[in-house]
Write a protein that binds this ligand. Structure first.
Ligand code: NAP
Length: 296
């Protein structure tokens, strides 16, 4: 029976593993902090001690860690994925990482007789929990088609965008767009509040017009409940936008709005909010306890 390996069971990874198991897949798991796999193990996942052990015992290996450095570590270091025989295996990196690293992994995997796909996702913690993620893939068509039935256990939109690295480039396009919706949504709320509007009503009205967007519908209600938990970590958004700006620079492109978004998020992180969710951007304007209370 097909064995799935999964490395990195954080906010996103744990929900994805859960959805895979609900669809009847056998999943082997590894995470740096073992306790984050305890619930999954109770639900049927099997613990393995290292990324190498995951690779040895699985046919298709998924990885979803935090930063590009973490990806480097689990693929290339001692006890990493590439220390094992990966002949005929497919390795899928769901982490938001650099297109360059995705290409490096694909080349190495091919050399060792396996295949690698870069497949970052969008849809947030709720998309992961509900199994409705959007998956943006780079790599070979044949491997993509083999993994497609597994993508369907945790996603609802999947597209192969081209060769290795193109999934990560598509995710960067996604993050550049979100930089705009997050800053726009935050400034809209600050403005609406100062103008004495009922923000619940404003959000409802704007959601039905041309200002409607995912950040507005998913994050503004959390702000009104003073829920700044991640969701999507501030530290990860800064990582993503910096990758996007590096890639843009390589293409001699200037992206001033994205640069401004990074500056704002770095200011937020420097105030100690790097482990909050990205909706915490509003804390640059509203101090704790000063949020408007719901008027409904
Ligand atoms: P997270 O909760 O921090 O999950 C990352 C997990 O990877 C953690 O459990 C971490 O272990 C583990 N990890 C890190 N380095 C490792 C290593 N060297 N070996 C083994 N495990 C390691 O973050 P997340 O929100 O799930 O996000 C994961 C990735 O998806 C990030 O690249 C993020 O940018 C991207 N993403 C997130 C969202 C979202 O809405 N959250 C949406 C789309 C994409 P520890 O427990 O020890 O820290």
């Amino acid at each position: 029976m097909l064995q799935i390996g999964f490395i990195g069971t954080g906010v996103m990874g744990a929900s994805i593993v859960r959805n895979m198991m609900k669809k009847g897949l056998n999943v082997n798991v590894y995470n740096r902090t073992k306790s984050k796999t305890h619930e999954l193990i109770k639900e049927g996942a099997v613990w393995k001690d290292t990324p190498a052990e995951i690779t040895k015992s699985s046919d298709i290996i998924f990885t979803m860690v935090g930063f590009p450095n973490d990806v480097e570590q689990i693929y290339f270091d001692k006890n990493g994925i590439f220390t094992e025989d990966i002949e005929d295996k497919i390795i899928v990196d769901l982490t938001t990482s650099t297109p360059t690293l995705a290409e490096k992994i694909a080349v190495k995997a091919k050399k060792l007789g396996g295949t690698a796909l870069d497949a970052p996702v969008s849809g947030g913690d709720l998309g992961a929990a509900n199994g409705t993620l959007t998956i943006m893939v780079g790599g070979e068509q044949a491997a993509y088609e083999k993994v497609l039935p597994i993508f369907k256990t945790f996603g609802k939109t999947f597209t192969l965008h081209g060769s290795a690295g193109k999934g990560q480039h598509t995710k960067m396009a996604n993050q550049i767009m979100i930089a705009g919706t997050m800053t726009g949504m935050t400034e809209m709320m600050v403005y609406g509040n100062k103008a004495g509007l009922d923000l619940n009503k404003v959000i409802e009205t704007l959601s039905g017009g041309s200002a409607a967007n995912w950040s507005l519908s998913n994050y503004s209600p959390r702000i009104l409940k003073e829920d700044y938990s991640p969701g999507f970590f501030v530290k990860h958004f800064i990582k993503d936008l910096k990758i996007a700006l590096d890639e843009a620079e390589n293409m001699q492109l200037d992206l001033p709005s994205t640069k401004l978004a990074v500056e704002l998020y770095e200011k937020l992180a420097n105030k100690g909010f790097e482990n909050d969710g990205t909706q915490a951007l509003i804390k640059l304007w509203w101090k704790d306890g000063e949020q408007p209370t719901s008027k409904d």
